[in-house]
Design a protein around this ligand. Structure first.
Ligand SMILES: *Cc1c(COP(=O)(O)O)cnc(C)c1O
Length: 405
């Protein structure tokens, strides 16, 4: 039988907008959505992936009836497929793709106006911290950093001009857990906008919109892309109204993701489930192994029952992910491990097919003073490992030789 016969019902030739998500699609299992997200087949030709529309502009046959996309900053069919894909996965109304995670986060913060106040988790991603404390502060946006594991601190930060709450859970690098639903419930009472950086969990394990969050943000550079080969950011809104506002900001700032990178990201996202489950299994084994060693001072992983946020995390997520941090006792020993490991990439970043070992004190958290770092548990002996898809036995053996030599 020719492949064509299966597809002779003209269903790829519908002339309408490709982007509407059929209701049936919303009710399917997550792994099915990852593969059948609406853009998996090119409607015009039946091709098995979304074409890369490498075009900046679109011919207007009839200027009184302009085409759906008229200029690629405002919209591009390849980007649209990705934007609809992430909206489907997060269960939101509108998705947006940006040139990086920071582009997505910066754009979302411009929903705020001068004179407004935002409550932010104190162990927010370093780039977000820099944006808030060196740029948005100049725009007269007020910021309070609080320990979000403690709801009372969040409540205590409320001011008459508070407009938004910004969460990140699990946080980086000590994987602190914020009770998402508790925060959104309180925020709603006070008419506050809620934003959440969902980079570490991805919608595979955590869907913040279902827990009341208004805007979900991603560094898609990490787990969603998954191959350390594309820099990208994504945002999803809970309502059409917020979608309109974010669309206007995306179009105004223009830090959109190019069509080739959109394609590459979709290519990576299709295997999200397989990658997340594999590396999580390995991380659990690795955590157990680390736990059995007497020379590891501390382990930070929400999957361990002794992790202070374990119970809250279990109630709001379906998995623990594959980022684990541990303290090897001193800066000297951390350096030894970083020098001697053979398998992991020693680098900034996480969430890839290859394991990545990073050293927060000189990498992600270098900008933070030593004093603040110490307060946040980012000690000189702290290493952060993003567990990839290698055989876990090999990863353990490699870490063992690096620790023991
Ligand atoms: C990497 C990262 C970002 C920034 O994303 P980029 O794609 O590097 O701009 C934001 N939040 C978290 C949690 C990250 O890990």
């Amino acid at each position: 039988m020719s492949g064509n016969q299966e597809h002779n019902d003209n269903r790829y030739h519908s002339s309408g907008r490709q982007t509407a998500v059929p209701v049936s699609q919303q009710t399917r299992g997550f792994d099915t959505k990852l593969i059948h997200f609406g853009g998996e087949i090119d409607r015009a030709t039946g091709a098995s992936s979304v074409p890369i529309y490498q075009a900046s502009t679109f011919h207007q046959e009839d200027i009184l009836n302009p085409p759906l996309h008229d200029y690629s900053r405002s919209g591009n069919p390849t980007r649209q497929a990705l934007e609809d894909y992430i909206a489907l996965l997060e269960g939101g109304t509108n998705g947006f793709a940006f040139a990086s995670g920071m582009a997505a986060i910066s754009t979302a913060f411009f929903l705020l106006s001068a004179g407004e106040h935002v409550i932010v988790t104190e162990d927010v991603y370093g780039g977000t911290y820099r944006l808030l404390t060196t740029i948005l502060n100049r725009m007269n946006i007020e910021i309070s950093f609080v320990d979000m594991t403690n709801l009372e601190q969040v409540k205590g930060a409320l001011r008459p001009n508070t407009r938004a709450v910004y969460m990140e859970t699990p946080s980086n690098p000590t994987l602190k857990i914020t009770d998402i639903h508790a925060v959104t419930e309180w925020a709603r009472e006070h008419h506050l906008l809620t934003l959440l950086d969902n980079t570490f969990m991805t919608p595979y394990y955590q869907r913040p919109i279902e827990l009341g969050v208004d805007i979900v943000l991603h560094s898609a550079t990490k787990f969603l892309g998954g191959h350390s080969d594309v820099l990208a950011g994504l945002a999803v809104t809970r309502t059409e109204q917020l979608g309109k506002q974010l669309k206007q900001l995306q179009n105004s700032f223009g830090s959109v993701l190019g069509p080739q990178d959109c394609w590459l990201l979709m290519r990576g996202m299709k295997t999200l489930g397989a990658r997340m489950t594999h590396s999580e299994k390995s991380t659990a084994k690795l955590a157990e192994w680390l736990r059995g060693r007497s020379d590891i001072e501390r382990i930070y992983y929400p999957g361990l029952p002794e992790h202070p946020g374990h119970e809250v995390h279990v109630n709001q997520s379906t998995g623990f992910g594959s980022v684990i941090s541990f303290d090897v006792g001193s800066g000297e020993r951390a350096k030894q491990v970083l020098d001697r490991v053979q398998l992991p990439l020693v680098a900034v970043s996480l969430g890839a097919v290859e394991s990545i070992l990073s050293y927060p004190p000189t990498m992600s958290h270098a900008a933070m003073g030593a004093g603040v770092r110490a307060e946040r548990g980012i000690t000189d002996g702290l290493l952060r490992l993003s567990v990839g898809l290698e055989d876990v036995e090999d990863l353990i053996a490699d870490l063992e030789q690096a620790l023991d030599s």
